[in-house]
Design a protein around this ligand. Structure first.
Ligand SMILES: Nc1nc2c(ncn2[C@@H]2O[C@H](COP(=O)(O)OP(=O)(O)OP(=O)(O)O)[C@@H](O)[C@H]2O)c(=O)[nH]1
Ligand SMILES: [Mg+2]
Length: 462
């Protein structure tokens, strides 16, 4: 991708290659207007359109080289430089027949355009300085988002919420560099007073800004990615019944035969727009010799490891047996996860006392008693301050996080050198590396392989 020519004209379909009411075909580049003027004929006058105006739509017949009509459609013209790619862009909205779309694209190609690669429009926006690499990645996140909050967070990142934070960090680094270089070049000039303790204060404050950004990002990511919940329990305690109750659908098979669920079932439900990904699992039966059950239990444990929250379910109408106790022991070894102990079948004669578990939630999936308690438990997973953070801050991906963590190491090294009153030349060199690090994070200095990897994941036509 990084080796692609950005001086030619590219075209491709931006909607899925499938029969639909309408499609979108996008063309961008130096020759876009010229090519459009050869194939677009005004429906009103049947004359070729020679001069296109910026941000104007036209109702046209597309005609091939034999003057045969390919389609009658609307095009939207936007002219350089105020476009997504900063180049002239024509968007065609043909009828969504694959034949029509293929004919239209072939016609455009025959006039010298080239078929666009994955993400190539966004790559051009990046290469032409319209968006930062972080903003390009946010566009990809937006397209991939599968819940409302993920879409929201990526839109704000796309619109520069993170870039602004990084710009603030860059400005602070620049000020620190001026402080250090000022003292190197003009040691006797006291207009910008220098001392190692002033320098250390600046570095400490920069460090805490980066740590805050990383912490905020963690919160934003937790909210936008949704919460994975695994329902665990021995056979027949009502896991699938609980699952169906929470997703409000008769999705999983429920039966009194032990071992009904053999594999996972996933469903998503929402509370205050937060996505909860619920997983129903196979019953926890520890001493199984049945091959299918053993595999089911292996998968259940894997699923527990991936979940953010575990719902440990017990049947209140029976004494805790070997499998229940084994599950409790298994859960006691799990760290850093929220575990909710749920006692089911509250509608029948109670054998287990709820005080056997700390903060147990009592439910009956049969009467839906206790459903509200479970929902309110989930509602309180995130605090008001988590939501405030979500509404104001942005998130970093693995690539950006790598740069920030590396920046923290460099800052620590600068602080160490400053505390030992090292030569300022050495500290200045470290700060320059830090500066480049932040530029590489969302600016234009990137290794080609990284660029290639980012854009290779994009959709065709974006
Ligand atoms: N009385 C009563 N019966 C329930 C309740 N919840 C589930 N059951 C019954 O318990 C039996 C097992 O329910 P399932 O939801 O299939 O249990 P499970 O834990 O998914 O079982 P496996 O998939 O076999 O591990 C069924 O006969 C349900 O009707 C409840 O709240 N009260
Ligand atoms: Mg089940």
């Amino acid at each position: 991708m990084s080796n692609y020519n950005i001086n030619d004209t590219i075209v491709t379909i931006s909607t899925p290659m499938a029969k639909s009411a309408l499609g979108v075909v996008r063309m961008s580049g130096v020759d876009a207007l010229n090519i459009a003027s050869k194939i677009c004929f005004s429906v009103a006058t049947d004359k070729a359109i020679i001069n296109f105006e910026h941000r104007k739509s036209y109702f046209v017949n597309i005609k091939d080289k034999n003057s045969s009509i390919v389609d009658e459609l609307v095009i939207l013209v936007t002219k350089a430089p105020s476009t997504f790619t900063t180049e002239d862009i024509i968007e065609f909205y043909p009828h969504g027949s694959l034949i029509v779309i293929e004919r239209l694209i072939s016609l455009i190609l025959s006039y010298g355009a080239r078929l666009a690669n994955r993400g190539e429009f966004t790559y051009r926006a990046y290469a032409n300085g319209k968006i930062s690499i972080s903003e390009a990645e946010a566009i990809h996140d937006l397209i991939e988002s599968d819940n409302r909050l993920m879409a929201e967070a990526s839109i704000y990142k796309m619109k520069g919420r993170l870039s602004r934070e990084i710009d603030n960090l860059k400005n602070t680094v620049k000020d620190i560099l001026i402080l250090v270089e000022g003292d190197i070049d003009f040691p006797d000039d006291d207009t910008v007073p220098f001392s190692y303790s002033i320098l250390i204060n600046h570095l400490e404050s920069l460090k805490s800004d980066i740590i805050k950004l990383l912490d905020n990002s963690k919160t934003v990511q937790k909210i936008m990615s949704g919460v994975k919940i695994a329902i665990l329990g021995k056979t027949n305690v009502g896991k699938s019944s609980l699952f169906n109750m929470l997703v409000s659908k008769d999705r999983a098979i429920v039966s009194s035969i032990a071992g009904t669920t053999r594999d996972f079932i996933h469903e998503v439900f929402y509370i205050n727009s937060i996505a909860f990904y619920l997983i129903d699992t196979a019953g926890f039966h520890f001493e199984s010799t049945n091959e299918i059950e053993i595999e089911g239990i292996r998968r259940t444990k894997e699923c527990a490891a991936e979940a953010d929250i575990i719902f440990a379910l017990f049947d209140r109408t029976r004494e805790l047996d070997y499998d229940d106790k084994h599950l409790i022991e298994f859960l006691s070894n799990i760290k850093n996860k929220q575990i909710a102990y749920i006692l089911n079948k509250q509608d029948e004669k109670q054998i287990i006392d709820s005080s056997s578990f700390e903060n147990a939630i009592e439910v009956s999936t049969k009467t839906e008693y206790g459903k509200e308690s479970i929902l309110s438990f989930l509602e309180n997973i995130f605090s008001k301050s988590d939501f405030d953070t979500f509404n104001k801050e942005s998130y970093v991906n693995a690539r950006e996080k790598g740069y920030l963590e590396e920046s923290l190491h460099i800052i620590d090294e600068c602080i160490r050198q400053s505390k030992d009153c090292y030569m300022l030349d050495s500290i200045a060199e470290e700060i320059r590396i830090l500066n480049n690090m932040l530029f590489s994070m969302n600016g234009k200095i990137e290794a080609n392989e990284v660029i290639d990897e980012i854009f290779a994941n994009f959709c065709i036509g974006k």
